[in-house]
Design a protein. Structure first.
Length: 316
């Protein structure tokens, strides 16, 4: 058995290295008599309808030409994954198969991926790599509360990765940097303090981040980094609003090279939800990440891969 531990939001992580999962899968394959052909390239797939010996109707028969010979079967399961992390062997082949058989594909994009910003815009933050803080990050109608991590090119960390799957290019992220505090009240309670705003914020943030963030307030809200006793009520409201809704617009993502998943894929409307078989092509199945199903961090994508694989395996 593989030991695991649970993190926030029901996320499950293995205690051991990924090799433990690979070893388990190999053992299960061997126990089931699965034949594996490694370093095998699929060159062509053909299919023809035929009538089975019992005369129960027509089925598709598939002929698969590979670098290791030819194979034929009445069922073909496509489990090729998405485009994420090409160095592990990811390719678009599964989508090519779908196109060959006229199966619709939804728009593809990198998911669970760090977000980047235009170099000039991000320059003040680029030297803060490694700084992190707890926040609620919102993209569209989805919000996630976890750590945000500053990188030399943008933002990462669990909250950002989660939000990235919902973020649409050209739209801002909304980041509540102090979800447990009512900063308008806090600032009002400290309105006689002679502390600089940036120094006051070191209660919650690293000083380097507080300094840069406060310096940016001049550009975004025309508010200078001053002692707290020099702000009026309106300015305190503006500072609090900025802390609870830091709006920044990414220029893009780190792409499939750093993405943990691929959003989009084989349209689920084209598949049986019980067996994963194509509605219009008998005997053809799509499972796992090649399908337009994207889970959150913490084992959900593994769960989908195995669950969909089980469903198809029971049907074939």
């Amino acid at each position: 058995s593989i030991t695991f531990h649970e993190k926030t939001l029901g996320q499950l992580f293995c205690d051991e290295e990924s090799e433990a999962v690979i070893t388990m899968l190999r053992s299960e394959c061997e126990a089931a008599g699965v034949k594996r052909f490694m370093s095998c390239e699929v060159e062509e797939i053909k299919h023809t309808p035929y009538t089975d010996e019992q005369g129960l109707g027509k089925k598709a028969k598939f002929y698969v030409t590979t670098s290791r010979g030819e194979f034929e079967a009445v069922s073909l399961v496509i489990a090729t994954g998405g485009l994420s992390i090409p160095k592990t062997g990811a390719t678009p082949y599964g989508y090519h198969v779908a196109e060959q058989f006229g199966i619709p594909i939804t728009k593809l994009k990198a998911g669970l991926v760090p977000l980047t910003f235009a170099p000039d815009d991000w320059k003040p933050y680029s030297e803060l790599t490694g700084v992190s803080f707890d926040a609620i990050v919102s993209a569209g109608k989805q919000s996630f509360r976890e750590n945000v991590l500053v990188t030399h090119r943008g933002l990462s960390g669990p909250a950002i990765l989660q939000a990235s799957s919902y973020w649409q290019h050209g739209t801002p992220l909304h980041i509540n940097m102090l979800p447990d505090a009512d900063m308008e009240t806090v600032l009002t309670e400290n309105k006689t303090s002679k502390k600089l705003l940036s120094n006051f914020l070191t209660t919650w943030f690293a000083k380097s981040f507080a300094d840069v963030w406060c310096a940016q307030l001049v550009e975004t809200a025309k508010i200078e980094n001053k002692p707290l006793n020099q702000y009026n009520d309106k300015q305190r409201k503006q500072i609090a609003a900025a802390l609870h809704d830091w709006q920044i617009t990414p220029s893009g993502t780190m792409g499939y090279t750093k993405a943990e998943v691929t959003c989009g894929g084989i349209d689920t409307h084209a598949l049986s939800s019980k067996t994963m078989e194509c509605n219009d092509v008998s005997g053809l199945y799509f499972i796992g990440e090649v399908v337009d199903v994207t889970g959150w961090l913490g084992g959900y994508n593994f769960q989908w891969a195995w669950a969909s694989g089980y469903a198809a395996g029971q049907a074939v």
